[in-house]
Design a protein around this ligand. Structure first.
Ligand SMILES: N[C@@H](CCC(=O)N[C@@H](CS)C(=O)NCC(=O)O)C(=O)O
Length: 203
């Protein structure tokens, strides 16, 4: 290994994709390792916490936990605030995103369709709108969380809105976050950021 390596599943989603975006926007030349789902059971016990993404640098131990990886990249490359207090505010929002994922993510594995529907409709009725209202209250004039400049926290909010906006998560309407203009402004600003566009425009 002679360059940093980011390992995740072969899908442009969630925790792995936000780390890839952060590395790309930071200008880091990294190895984008994509694990086929069939290989995961073999690899899982070899990772620090049995989950992906992981990040590795030559001569360093493997790092896991998405927010730790993002903070490392963010701090090194000016994508996380230098003021400790403001950084902690961003980290609170990043934890807020992880909380949503920890509730919605496991519903993917509910095999019984009626049960999946019941659980997801429950989240739509209460948790998800509350989550969005709380997020909205943390956001300012925008377009990004900290004004004109993109930080790692914006990538997490972007990935969260994008997860639902395509309408591909059964029983969670594509419009679930439509009523939250500041959150949507973050989503649009990240989507239209040159670094994000160039990541998706690559061959
Ligand atoms: N707290 C961890 C959670 C990571 C996580 O749950 N990753 C999922 C993919 S987004 C995973 O590896 N799932 C496979 C498994 O649990 O076996 C983080 O933030 O990185």
């Amino acid at each position: 290994m002679n360059k940093p390596k980011l390992t995740y599943f072969d899908a442009p989603v969630s925790r792995g994709e936000e780390c890839r975006l952060a590395l790309h926007i930071a200008g880091v030349d990294f190895e984008d390792v994509r694990v086929p789902f069939a290989d995961w059971p073999k690899l899982k016990p070899l990772t620090p916490f049995g989950v992906l993404p992981t990040y590795e640098e030559p001569g360093r131990p493997v790092l896991a936990q998405t927010n730790a990886i993002l903070r490392l990249i963010g701090k090194r490359h000016g994508l996380h605030p230098s003021d400790d207090y403001v950084a902690a505010q961003h980290e609170a929002l990043m934890a807020h995103v992880e909380e949503l994922r920890s509730l919605v993510g496991p519903t993917i594995r509910i095999a019984d369709e009626a049960e999946k529907r019941r659980v997801r409709e429950g989240l739509v009725a209460s948790y998800l709108p509350t989550w969005a209202e709380q997020t909205e209250r943390q956001l300012g004039a925008g377009p990004f969380v900290a004004g004109d400049k993109l930080h790692i926290v914006d990538l997490k909010l972007y990935m969260t809105v994008r997860w639902f906006i395509g309408g591909k998560v059964d029983y969670i309407p594509a419009t679930i976050f439509a009523a939250y203009p500041k959150l949507n402004r973050v989503y649009e600003a990240v989507r239209d950021h040159e670094g994000v566009k160039s990541w998706y425009a690559r061959g």
